[in-house]
Design a protein around this ligand. Structure first.
Ligand SMILES: Cc1cc2nc3c(=O)[nH]c(=O)nc-3n(C[C@H](O)[C@H](O)[C@H](O)COP(=O)(O)OP(=O)(O)OC[C@H]3O[C@@H](n4cnc5c(N)ncnc54)[C@H](O)[C@@H]3O)c2cc1C
Length: 422
């Protein structure tokens, strides 16, 4: 039986603590906040999208960085195991659109309560207001063969910010990423990892809105577009192409499509100016849209252009569309040339926005980058550099799309770390 310290009382840390305690270890969970699961509380707009009910292939397909590293973790604790765990601990769940799993109550606080019950039932000691300052290690000599010996490092406890030290046989780092820092994820785990010789890859905000260059974008702030298609290019190279919902804001663009784009585009490119086209009428081809416009212009020949398009766009968009169309708003539709009309159709099929970099970590749902997974054993989550030291959750260089996949990463890696401790 080992003395286990888990650093961080988020999704990954709580699952690691529960799994380690289930195996009979003496577990202490250290959380610097006044309560557990502060980030969990705000997930899924306060409803907590616990996981996704999709099949295994879809789970892997929705992981953007290092999906193969997750093979053992996802199989050790898959989405159904997570659902079963919560059901067993008194939380009824339901599946919504896109396979998203939520508590029936629609309250993330109930998810946290279920985890707290499980921690208590397994005798995990939870210490709140307890911030770990650094990890303590010791060296030992391992006999390699007849003559040679290698000096190895293993973790032996933690030092807290008040200077006190807690001994441990194993330590699990579950300190989260660097986004929404008010919830406690301030990147401490990256420091712990580098101090002990690990590599931390460059970190980026992800699932985050973009700034836009054009002033007219900000004039449409608050406007949500449903059922549009968005294409994002770097020069001629198509980086992202998807359908869905987006939103104009006071700084640029947001909404599900845009957040997904921020996670799908390679980190090196996300902060370059990128050309985005919004297809406002994706159900119609260029030719179909042109024919429809021609028909409408024919039916009301004397109507002014500005009055002929009101039914085509949301009100907030009309002044911008008129401006970009370069057709005089007062012009009678029967005076509009074929070229003008076709340019207008082009505008509807490819409304231009220049993306001008990502918003910052404060608004990012996740952090892309983290502790390099090559230095972690994927079958156990133990560090390959420091014995008895485990990493799990967002502190690792892993991230996924929205839909419950990021929490699935936290549960699966947390479970595997906790249950691998000997
Ligand atoms: C607004 C928002 C909504 C989201 N919605 C969803 C969703 O619906 N579904 C989904 O799958 N994902 C969602 N996510 C992502 C998901 O919340 C995270 O991926 C997940 O919580 C990561 O879990 P974690 O345990 O690794 O880290 P965290 O949840 O960040 O937990 C880390 C914990 O460690 C503690 N800690 C840090 N440093 C120390 C230290 N030195 N000493 C002691 N304690 C420390 C922190 O206080 C914190 O409590 C959302 C994220 C945000 C920001």
């Amino acid at each position: 039986m080992s003395r286990v310290i888990v650093v961080g009382g988020g999704a990954a840390g709580m699952f690691a603590a529960i799994a380690a305690a289930e195996n009979g270890h003496t577990v202490t969970l250290l959380e610097k906040n006044e309560k557990l699961g502060k980030k969990l509380y705000i997930t899924g707009k306060g409803r907590c999208n616990i996981t996704n009910a999709a099949d295994m292939d879809t789970l892997f397909a929705n992981v953007m960085t290092n999906p193969r590293f997750l093979y053992s973790a996802f199989y050790a604790c898959d989405n159904q195991s997570v659902i079963d765990f919560f059901e067993k601990n008194g939380l009824a769940t339901k599946v919504e659109r896109g396979g998203r799993v939520f508590p029936v109550s629609d309250h993330s606080s109930d998810v946290i309560a279920a985890l707290q019950r499980a921690l208590k039932d397994r005798g995990v000691e939870v210490r709140l207001h307890t911030r770990v300052e650094t990890l303590l290690t010791e060296t030992w000599e391992e006999e390699d063969g007849a003559e040679s010996e290698t000096v190895k490092q293993r973790v032996c406890g933690v030092r807290l910010f008040d200077g006190s030290e807690l001994p441990a046989d194993a330590v699990v780092v579950a300190t989260g990423g660097f986004s929404y820092q008010t919830t406690g994820s301030t990147g401490d785990g990256y420091r712990f990892a580098t101090e002990l010789g690990h590599t931390v890859t460059e970190i980026y905000p992800s699932l985050v809105p973009f700034y836009a260059k054009e002033e007219y974008v900000t004039r449409m702030q608050g406007l949500a577009l449903k059922n549009v298609r968005v294409r994002i290019r770097d020069g001629k190279k198509l980086l992202y192409d998807d359908f869905g919902e987006m939103l104009f804001t006071h700084f640029g663009v947001s909404g599900p499509l845009i957040l997904s784009a921020s996670a799908a585009i390679k980190p090196k490119l996300v902060n370059k100016p990128l050309a985005m086209e919004i297809d406002l009428k994706p159900a119609l081809s260029f030719e179909q849209l042109d024919a429809r416009l021609l028909r409408e212009f024919d039916e009301a020949k004397n109507r002014q252009f500005k009055n002929s398009i009101v039914h085509l766009f949301p009100a907030k968009m009309i002044p911008v569309i008129l401006e970009l169309s370069r057709i005089s708003p007062e012009k009678k539709v029967n005076e509009i040339t074929r070229e003008e009309r076709q340019n207008f159709v082009r505008l509807m099929k490819a409304f231009p926005v220049t993306l001008d970099g990502l918003r910052n970590f404060k608004e990012a749902i996740i952090t892309r980058g983290g502790v390099k997974v090559k230095e972690i054993n994927p079958s156990t989550m133990e560090s390959k550099l420091v014995g008895n030291l485990y990493f799990c959750g967002e502190v690792l260089d892993l991230d996924a799309m929205t839909g419950g996949y990021n929490l699935q990463i936290a549960w699966s890696t947390g479970f595997l770390a906790g249950s691998s401790i000997l």
